[in-house]
Design a protein around this ligand. Structure first.
Ligand code: GLV
Ligand code: MN
Ligand code: MN
Length: 394
């Protein structure tokens, strides 16, 4: 007998959880994330779902019912470093629970229904966001992806076989349920929302190079300190984004040699930038790069900027969003934009009609151990997803 939502949620709670922060470390192809995958396979088997996986580690558990193009629903099981419990797993657990709910309602879908898990959605290990769905859709080639390296220099090609994927060949529609990562639904007093679009966003590596020297004996005017160039760049990015209503964040920095009593020789920092339009994103990155370069000239340092992961704007199928949002007891679900990336955006860009459902997050906090959704809202989410799948498979 399959578990209900709360039992499944309880199964996942301890996996990859830090005892000190309470956050999750579920990096792809590491043991906590593999435990989640093993759990998913057990859940699929308990429901008699047929499991199919591709050469990249993406998985679909199929409810083989009806015929024609399938409806796929699911999300991811990996997390950012020290992330929350909900980002990803909520969509997977809700998908399994929605299948249970449909079955308990006696629903017999006219089309196959699949529950998907895409690997490395966060790009927290290999740096490319939505890696699994990019590979499954062909948006990124295996020849490029296999060379990606994690922080220890391990290549993606060393941890996964790689090759090809036919997982999405028969998929007609994709629906991803996700915890909301802002406070739009709270402000609207709604438990469920539907996505309209994803802001374009990207990750840019800034390599600042200077000269290592003694922290005590080197006169201040004699230094080529890349930390200063980096510090000013972080402030400039923040100001630039604030003035334009955009987002820019330096959340990761590596310093060499990272000694207290030495001027550093090199600082590598990663900027995450997000804007409402593709042109706005290019302008923002260009403006920050220009200011970094000007400052580098004054500091006697150099800076090089490399785009590591760029995701163009996504407009979800508007008629699908409107159809799914309409005619619910208690009123239509709001249709809202998001600034967070999702596998749903990659599938949409690949031409698969795609929709997203968001579940209210009371504080809006995400990518943090404090990320939260109330169980009552999660259960509303399961029911909303089951209703959605029913509409799509009638
Ligand atoms: C994915 O969660 C992102 O970084 O937008
Ligand atoms: Mn996610
Ligand atoms: Mn995320």
């Amino acid at each position: 007998m399959p578990d209900d939502f709360e039992l499944m949620w309880g199964d996942l709670r301890p996996l990859g959880r830090s005892a000190s922060s309470g956050g999750y470390f579920r990096q792809p192809f590491t043991s906590p994330e593999r435990e989640l995958v093993a759990w998913f396979l057990e859940q699929a088997e308990a429901r008699g779902l047929r499991v199919e996986s591709d050469d990249f580690g993406n998985i679909v558990a199929w409810w083989d019912t009806g015929s024609g193009p399938a409806v796929l629903t699911g999300s991811h099981l990996d997390s950012v470093l020290d992330g929350g419990a909900y980002d990803g797993p909520l969509g997977v657990v809700s998908a399994l629970a929605a299948v249970d709910l449909m079955r308990s309602r006696g629903v017999v879908p006219s089309r196959p229904v699949g529950v998907s898990v895409f690997v490395e959605e966060e790009g927290s290990r290999f740096g490319l966001a939505c890696l699994g769905s990019r590979l499954a859709t062909g948006a990124t080639s295996w020849e490029t992806a296999r060379e990606l390296q994690d922080r220890d220099g391990v290549r993606l090609g060393d941890v996964v076989v790689g090759g090809s994927s036919s997982l999405l060949a028969d998929v007609g529609t994709f629906v991803e349920l996700h915890v909301e990562q802002g406070r739009d639904l709270v402000d609207r007093g709604a438990a469920i929302g539907v996505a309209s679009e994803i802001w374009p966003h990207g990750r840019y590596r800034f390599d600042f190079t200077g000269s290592a020297n003694h922290a005590g004996t080197t006169r201040m005017e004699d230094r080529q300190d890349p930390m200063l160039t980096y510090a000013m760049t972080a402030l400039a990015a923040n100001k630039q984004a604030r003035l334009a209503g955009q987002r820019a964040t330096f959340g990761r920095v590596a310093v060499e040699p990272n000694g207290t009593n030495a001027v550093p020789s090199r600082v590598t920092a990663w900027m995450d930038a997000r804007c409402a339009t593709d042109a706005g994103l290019s302008d923002l990155v260009e403006a920050v790069t220009r200011q970094a370069t000007d400052r580098a000239d004054r500091d006697g340092t150099t800076v090089e900027v490399t785009a590591e992961s760029v995701s163009a704007s996504v407009a979800f199928d508007s008629s699908l969003a409107a159809a799914l949002a309409a005619d619910h007891e208690g009123g239509d679900w709001p249709v809202i934009a998001t600034q967070a990336g999702h596998d749903a955006g990659i599938l949409s860009a690949a031409g698969i009609p795609t929709a997203m459902l968001f579940v209210r997050n009371p504080s809006g906090v995400s990518h943090s151990p404090a990320e939260h959704a109330e169980i009552a809202d999660c259960l509303v989410g399961v029911s909303a997803l089951a209703d959605t799948l029913e509409r799509l498979t009638r």
